[in-house]
Write a protein that binds this ligand. Structure first.
Ligand code: 5AD
Ligand code: SF4
Length: 349
């Protein structure tokens, strides 16, 4: 039995086996095939579309890879008013989105009350709300949960402590782990994830990331290749590899069969067919941007962002067409992961 078949049958791999798979291309074909089969058997053919609303690019942090970092003076900053956020969400819901993902740089410019009000308004439209707004206090997480927020995304970025310290000046790795723990404890459907191909990142540390995700029992994992940004200290670094990121994603699918895995936008930046390839290698979610106009370009984490001049309704029909063209359907459920549903029903996910 090959190591990939073993992973398919037992949903487990050792650190050494993961490192082996990542170090060689000999497993790729089988890996992508079994990851796709696992996705199909545990989640069906439905693809969840979630509308990504990038409501502010103001950030107080300084992550060395990211174009929104505080010290990047080469970026016009914006923040949408709560009313504008609600308006864009309403439009997206009218196009058929069942989840709105509210994402921004990490900042404290919106009061907790304002943000609760935005969350409540979107829930009243009948949509689910995912927050992706960074490290907050437990009380703030509680307030948003009470206002109806369903899910929270907070990538660990890397579990390698030394590398994390280097890339995240004056941030605490420990606090990031703590935030993830609190989010899970509060009953959020919790998502994490990592960057693949960061300068100084080893295969062994990527294998650690994967095992950490599995051990933590997250409901969603987003994996993206690192893309070098000229407005950051990592401007001279090489981009991560599309295929390494794809392999990491596929391995995660084998180890965590019921979670939600997005086909990340960063993958499409490196390969023009990236999201479709990801959907055929284990992914079951796409998050098209629903921000409009100049804001789409100003939310510039990395260069080469896709669909900059498109409208949200165009993106919805474009991605829906691509999904149908590979024999998949647009999910009509609220977008909860089967992992979360199973846990909520009391099963051991
Ligand atoms: N390349 C790829 N992904 C990036 N992110 C930030 N900067 C980059 C980059 N240069 C990702 C981080 C963050 C998410 C919102 O965007 O992983 O969690
Ligand atoms: Fe800010 Fe997030 Fe970018 Fe870090 S990755 S600089 S926290 S927007």
């Amino acid at each position: 039995m090959s190591v990939i078949q073993k992973a398919y049958l037992t949903n487990s791999l050792t650190h050494g086996e993961i490192a082996d798979i990542l170090s060689s291309d000999e497993y790729n074909k089988r890996l992508f095939y079994y990851a796709d089969l696992t996705r199909k058997e545990h989640n069906g053919d439905g693809v969840h579309l979630k509308g990504l609303l990038e409501f502010s690019n103001i950030c107080s942090k300084n992550c060395c890879y990211c174009g929104l970092r505080r010290q990047n003076k080469n970026l016009k900053r914006y923040m949408l008013k709560p009313k504008e956020i609600i308006g864009l969400a309403r439009k997206a819901v009218s196009y058929g989105y069942k989840t709105i993902v509210l994402q921004s740089g990490e900042n404290n410019i919106y009061s907790i009350d304002e943000f609760c009000c935005v969350t409540r308004s979107i829930r009243e439209m009948g949509a689910h709300v995912t927050l992706s707004i960074g490290e907050k206090s437990e009380n703030e997480y509680i307030a948003y949960k009470n206002a109806g927020a369903n899910r929270y995304l907070l990538r660990i970025e890397t579990t390698d402590e030394k590398l994390y310290k280097k890339l995240h000046p004056s941030m605490s790795h420990e606090n990031r782990f703590e935030c993830l723990k609190i989010l899970k404890k509060l009953g959020y459907e919790t998502g994490s994830g990592s960057l693949v191909g960061l300068p100084g990142q080893s295969i062994s540390s990527i294998a650690e990331d994967i095992l950490f995700f599995q051990k933590s029992g997250f409901d969603m994992i987003g994996i993206g290749p690192f893309i070098s940004n000229e407005n950051t200290p990592l401007r001279a670094a090489k981009n991560g590899s599309f295929y390494t990121a794809l392999k990491v994603m596929a391995i995660i699918r084998l180890l965590m069969p019921k979670i939600n895995i997005p086909a990340s936008t960063a993958m499409e930046t490196l390969d023009k067919n990236g999201r479709v390839i990801a959907l055929q290698s284990g992914a079951n979610v796409v998050m098209p941007v629903i921000t409009e106009g100049e804001y789409r370009a100003l939310y510039r984490l990395y260069p080469g962002k896709i669909c900059l001049n498109d409208t949200p309704s165009h993106c919805m029909s474009c991605i829906s067409g691509k999904i149908r063209s590979i024999g998949r359907t647009i999910s009509q459920t609220n977008g909860d992961s089967n992992n979360f549903i199973y846990k909520t029903l009391g099963g051991a996910a």
